[in-house]
Design a protein around this ligand. Structure first.
Ligand code: HEM
Length: 206
């Protein structure tokens, strides 16, 4: 019997959408000196969210845990082949091909955040500053792939993955859903981000 089951807990969903939002806004504010404070605040938020996600990958709920989407390259390749043939296996969490983009997005996001903090130092080298910008452009390419993958997977499985990232719910025959959503933690994350934002942007430019 098909039923609606909970796959994504609230912290994972809050992480996802705040991360997408802060990355997009940090990108748009990167080109103007006037917007520097906003850009830096958004970068810190992104870094904080990513550090949270790293921890959540070890102690979070079933589909948020790293080991649930730790596939070897062969599994990802086979999944891609079956995707091209139009008959990919269905996964409740991240599938083996999508997981490649997830790992890349998390890794590149962390790299961009750390190089951003290093670039703020007085004695920052040009190499760090250049890497920060260069890897951001690589990230844009991976985000594009991520969006194409989400769209293709949604079409092939007739499953609205974007809606699932908002509601946390998927339709499945199995009873493999998670039991707790950790709404309080998601709320705490949102409050922390808002408080940090207002505290930081009030600071004079420095
Ligand atoms: C409007 C734009 C976006 C949409 C519609 C979208 C959609 C999604 C969906 C549906 C998933 C779940 C995929 C699955 O079911 O396996 C997902 C996961 C993910 N997305 Fe996005 N995404 C967007 C933008 C972004 C951006 C800008 C980033 C990075 C800056 C990003 C990073 C990630 C990551 C890291 C995950 C894994 C979530 C986790 O396990 O914590 N996404 N996205």
């Amino acid at each position: 019997m098909i039923r609606r089951i909970l796959v994504w807990d609230v912290p994972t969903r809050v992480f996802h959408w705040l991360q997408a939002l802060s990355f997009g806004a940090a990108y748009l504010t990167a080109f103007s000196e006037r917007m520097r404070n906003y850009h830096v605040a958004l970068g810190y938020i992104l870094l904080g969210l990513l550090v949270f996600r790293l921890l959540w990958g070890f102690v979070g709920t079933r589909y948020a845990r790293f080991r649930s989407f730790l596939f070897n390259p062969k599994e990802s390749f086979v999944y891609l082949l079956t995707m091209v043939k139009g008959k990919p296996a269905h996964y409740l969490g991240h599938n083996p091909a999508g997981s490649v983009s997830v790992w890349l997005l998390l890794g590149l996001g962390l790299f961009i955040g750390v190089t951003g903090v290093l670039a703020l130092q007085d004695d920052a080298s040009d190499v760090v500053v250049d890497l920060h910008g260069l890897v951001t452009n690589v990230m844009l390419g991976v985000i594009l792939l991520h969006l194409v993958g989400v769209l293709m997977s949604s079409i092939l499985h007739r499953e609205n993955l974007v809606r699932a990232m908002f509601t946390g719910l998927k339709s499945a025959e199995s009873d493999e859903g998670i039991k707790r959503s950790y709404g309080w933690l998601g709320l705490l994350m949102m409050v922390a981000v808002v408080v940090f934002w207002f505290a930081y942007v009030k600071k004079p430019l420095g």
